[in-house]
Design a protein around this ligand. Structure first.
Ligand SMILES: Cc1cc2nc3c(=O)[nH]c(=O)nc-3n(C[C@H](O)[C@H](O)[C@H](O)COP(=O)(O)OP(=O)(O)OC[C@H]3O[C@@H](n4cnc5c(N)ncnc54)[C@H](O)[C@@H]3O)c2cc1C
Ligand code: SF4
Ligand code: SF4
Length: 394
């Protein structure tokens, strides 16, 4: 509830600029709260006259947090192969589970997946909740959301981690909405608040210029998505033991969403997110035809081609090659940055690469701050030399 106390309001207008939603106006020398107010409360402290009466509504829908226990990872599979991001989340989940002294579990849905359970256990899972049915062979928003929600309501995990893949990004908000809980997307760092045991979910905000740490203190489960290649898997240990649980769930029938066909992108020879070597080009390549040098070096090294948003926006290369905050997150062993300035939004997608080799004619370019090796020079001269050198060696 928010109200302006007319007797106290002097119409100074300070609250108008304090409102991030343009939801306050001044009419007849008094502040007026408009219909688009989200009741966020940000304006209250801006008023020096105590003229804004704000009462936070207590939710009567309180939950007993002590009922929630354990960490879950969504075991996303495609064509019956568990995606690498699942192993990465298990690596991170293992650390969190040990800190909270709770079990780490995977929810695996599909058909004919029995042989996958042991692999998941060797990568750190204590339990695998396995739901098999022919109808679950391919991802379906409706049935996967329905079954996942049933499982959460039965077993009550306190934390759920989901890969920020195309399907994960679709599934996570649906589950969060059904369970009336919070979701933090694209987390880059997760930790446990030692005092409260809450999950601290850190992600870039405001165009990557600052990091925001988000908590979900009142609701359970706490849900995060994490992009592929951000977290590291643990070394698998085939001697680890765990339990495979086949829960009793209602497999939804009369599904309105029908998957007719799945089509794979054929434009990439080597998948950008899986590549060990990436050669990426930026605006410093000068013009689209010079991108051939980037492609040639990638070919010689058996790597994939990356690009900055500037070159994608200019139409030099397809968006599927874009690396960065609004593109793909990559973590190759070697990343060549050719004619790339090193804007924070680009670094957000590639700075976890093991080795970064930057080629730029400006010795002060920010890319050199993150580069392992830097070559100050013209890409159009350096790249042909590198191609010649690697061709001679390989
Ligand atoms: C909300 C938001 C999201 C964004 N998301 C992304 C994203 O996902 N990915 C991304 O990449 N960007 C993203 N950007 C854009 C980002 O801010 C930069 O504008 C972009 O990364 C710059 O691309 P660039 O390095 O190719 O170009 P520039 O910044 O123009 O840099 C070109 C570099 O090439 C060098 N150079 C020029 N000629 C030569 C030569 N002959 N030889 C060697 N070096 C040369 C120059 O010294 C310069 O350092 C985003 C921006 C915003 C606001
Ligand atoms: S800041 Fe306070 S006094 Fe000034 S217009 Fe807003 S409500 Fe009124
Ligand atoms: S509560 Fe939030 S949205 Fe509403 S008027 Fe104040 S600042 Fe604006």
């Amino acid at each position: 509830m928010i109200n302006i106390i007319d007797e106290k309001c002097v119409g100074c207008g300070v609250c108008v600029s304090a409102c991030p939603f343009d939801a306050i106006d001044i009419k007849d020398d008094k502040a007026v709260i408009l219909d688009n107010c989200t009741i966020c409360g940000s304006c209250v402290s801006s008023c020096n006259f105590d003229a804004i009466d704000f009462q936070k509504e207590e939710s009567d829908d309180t939950i007993d947090k002590s009922e929630y226990h354990g960490i879950w990872v969504f075991g996303e599979q495609r064509n019956n192969e568990v995606l690498p991001v699942v192993f990465e989340l298990l690596g991170e989940g293992r650390k969190l589970a040990e800190e909270l002294a709770v079990p780490l579990s995977v929810v695996l849905m599909g058909s004919n997946l029995a042989d996958k359970a042991h692999t998941l256990i060797s990568y750190g899972a204590d339990n695998v909740y396995m739901v098999e049915d022919e109808s679950l062979e391919t991802y379906n928003d409706q049935s996967y959301t329905d079954i996942f929600t049933q499982l959460v309501n039965t077993y009550k995990p306190e934390i759920i981690l989901i890969g920020a893949t195309t399907y994960g990004r679709s599934l996570a908000p649906r589950i969060a909405s059904r369970l009336n809980t919070g979701l933090t997307a694209d987390c880059t760092y997760l930790s446990i608040d030692k005092e409260t045991g809450n999950l601290m979910q850190t992600r870039p905000a405001f165009g990557g210029n600052l990091m925001a740490t988000i908590v979900c203190p009142d609701r359970r489960p706490q849900m995060s998505t994490v992009r592929p290649k951000v977290m590291k898997p643990i070394e698998p240990d085939s001697t680890r033991t765990g339990e495979v649980i086949r829960p009793n769930v209602n497999i939804p029938e009369n599904i309105k969403i029908k998957v007719i066909d799945q089509v794979q992108t054929l434009c990439e020879k080597v998948s950008l997110t899986e590549a060990d070597i990436i050669v990426a080009g930026g605006r410093g390549m000068g013009e689209p035809k010079n991108f051939e040098l980037v492609k040639e070096l990638a070919d010689v090294l058996g790597g994939a081609v990356g690009a900055t948003r500037a070159t994608v926006d200019a139409g030099w290369i397809d968006y599927s090659h874009q690396v960065g905050q609004t593109g793909k997150t990559v973590g190759p062993k070697v990343y060549f940055a050719c004619g790339i300035s090193g804007a924070v939004q680009h670094l957000a997608g590639m700075s976890s690469s093991d080795i970064i080799i930057a080629i730029n004619k400006d010795a002060d370019a920010p890319i050199f701050k993150v580069a392992t090796y830097g070559i100050v020079g013209d890409v159009l001269e350096v790249l042909p030399e590198l191609i010649k050198e690697f061709k001679g060696r390989l």
